[in-house]
Design a protein around this ligand. Structure first.
Ligand code: SF4
Ligand code: SF4
Length: 385
């Protein structure tokens, strides 16, 4: 018997009325809109990773956000919109993303992310408690609006990973020090996801993915490239939605450890056979092939990388492109182990031994000035997938 539902809808543009119809269709297919009680307090959480223009396909498209706001307004006007960007403040980021004007026009509230509460997961494998933005928990419903993107560290970012934005600003970067290996990070992230589900136990999370134009290559930021997928996905289960998203993107499930671990722990359904796909069929998207980030790692390789000393010998490292770098220092500011440093007026400098290869630097670089070096020969041999 199928245990979860994912709605799949074809959509190729960001025209407001068409988007409203299609998102509403997706919600009807999963029975989503009726679950929002009249006058409920609703958080709409787009992906506002950084101050990037929506045409770069890094952040949720502003018209997608507007369509969701207008649909939710048929149930309630008690709406709050926001995310916790990586480095810059939310208002600045929303203005650059094009979402600020939508919020102004729709007269809804902006998230105030710097008041915190703690959420818990007693069954966590690595962590049991997490400090998150209180307003993101103190609502009746969360509507999570991820963007479909490849990810240099985690292979894909979609519904589950978009919830990392419940953690305030630079606090996110410290996770990479505590969990420097993507496999450990995936375990820790699922501890966190379990805590979110606990805190929403009697409430609902509705995930609606903006996969109309996603991002491929060295995502999730300026090193990636926009890629049309023509898809809107909706589900109550982030893990099921992401499982279907990886099929839409034409990527390999074997390399998507975050989802595999979440599914194994029973936090959602990652087995395609147990997911009821309603609306379009997956094979409608069979010609879509997202280019993954270079050298994605298999679970076997990730296990090997638990040995810290191997890291420098086998992995690529960040390389600053001096033609593009504007010496803004954002990369050094976010670098969790302070492996990147910058002096006023100079280019950033890397201490390769301290670098944990989290790629946060590339995520926040506004200039796409951080490249991956070639993988060392030993890595090419040892990390063969
Ligand atoms: S230099 Fe970049 S990849 Fe290395 S630890 Fe710092 S942020 Fe992470
Ligand atoms: S590499 Fe990017 S983030 Fe770092 S200083 Fe240069 S432009 Fe800024």
């Amino acid at each position: 018997m199928k245990t979860t539902k994912v709605a799949l809808i074809n959509c190729f543009n960001y025209e407001l009325e068409e988007l409203k119809t299609k998102i509403k269709d997706a919600l009807d297919l999963i029975g989503g809109l009726e679950t929002i009680p009249q006058n409920a307090r609703v958080l709409i959480k787009p992906n506002c990773l950084g101050p990037f223009h929506y045409s770069q396909a890094i952040t949720t498209h502003p018209v997608f956000v507007q369509a969701v706001i207008q649909i939710v307004k048929t149930r309630t006007n008690n709406i709050i919109v926001g995310d916790n960007p990586a480095t810059k403040n939310l208002i600045y980021t929303l203005k650059k993303n094009g979402i600020y004007d939508v919020i102004e026009n729709e007269k809804v509230e902006i998230l105030k992310g710097d008041i915190f509460t703690t959420i818990y997961n007693e069954e966590g494998k690595i962590y049991h408690e997490f400090e998150v933005s209180k307003q993101m928990i103190d609502v009746d419903i969360m509507i999570n609006l991820p963007k479909l993107k490849t990810h240099a560290l985690m292979y894909l970012t979609c519904a589950q990973k978009n919830l990392f934005g419940l953690i305030y600003g630079l606090n996110k970067a410290s996770w990479h020090v505590k969990a420097p290996n993507p496999l450990v990070f995936a375990e820790a992230f699922n501890d966190f996801y379990g805590a979110i589900l606990n805190s929403y136990q009697n409430k609902k999370i509705i995930n609606i993915c903006d996969g109309i134009i996603g991002l491929e290559g060295e995502g999730p930021s300026t090193s990636g490239f926009p890629k049309e997928a023509g898809a809107i996905l909706a589900s109550f289960d982030a893990i099921s939605l992401d499982r279907v998203a990886i099929e839409i993107a034409g990527l390999e499930y074997d390399k998507y450890v975050l989802n595999q671990i979440g599914s194994k722990r029973g936090l959602g359904v990652g087995n395609l056979k147990d997911i009821e796909i309603v609306g379009e069929k997956i094979n409608t998207f069979e010609n879509i092939k997202f280019v993954p980030a270079t050298n994605p790692l298999s679970i076997r390789s990730l296990r090997l990388l638990k040995f810290k000393r191997l890291r420098n010998l086998v992995l690529e490292h960040p390389v600053i492109d001096k033609q593009k770098c504007i010496k803004c220092g954002e990369c050094a500011k976010i670098c969790p182990p302070k492996a990147l440093t910058i002096k006023k007026g100079s280019y950033p400098k890397l201490n390769k031994t301290s670098c944990i290869r989290c790629w946060c630097c590339s995520e926040v670089c506004p200039q796409n000035a951080i490249n991956k070096s070639e993988r060392p020969l030993l890595g090419k041999i040892l990390l063969k997938n």
